[in-house]
Design a protein. Sequence first.
Length: 95
Amino acid sequence: GLPILISPSPSFSHLDQFYAECVTGGPGSFVLPVYAASEFVTAIRRKLVLEVSGVADPNADPGSVPVDAAAPVDCLQGERGRRFFSDPYFPELDR
């Protein structure tokens, strides 16, 4: 997962934690947060190298950032907030 944290979302206070606990999963999954636009190219390159190399432990890569999972994350937060963001534009999703 590559959460972009350049302009933090008011909906997800810890998008990197959300990715780590609710989006990524399975063998070899990892989260590489991007905190500045200048980090984006490096993060994409690192993500591709990790995926292609099949490194099982992304924390073994010195560039990956461990996610602080101290606070529990509500994995349904996006679904609960969806109606405030998308329903006016996509009412068919409520069916």
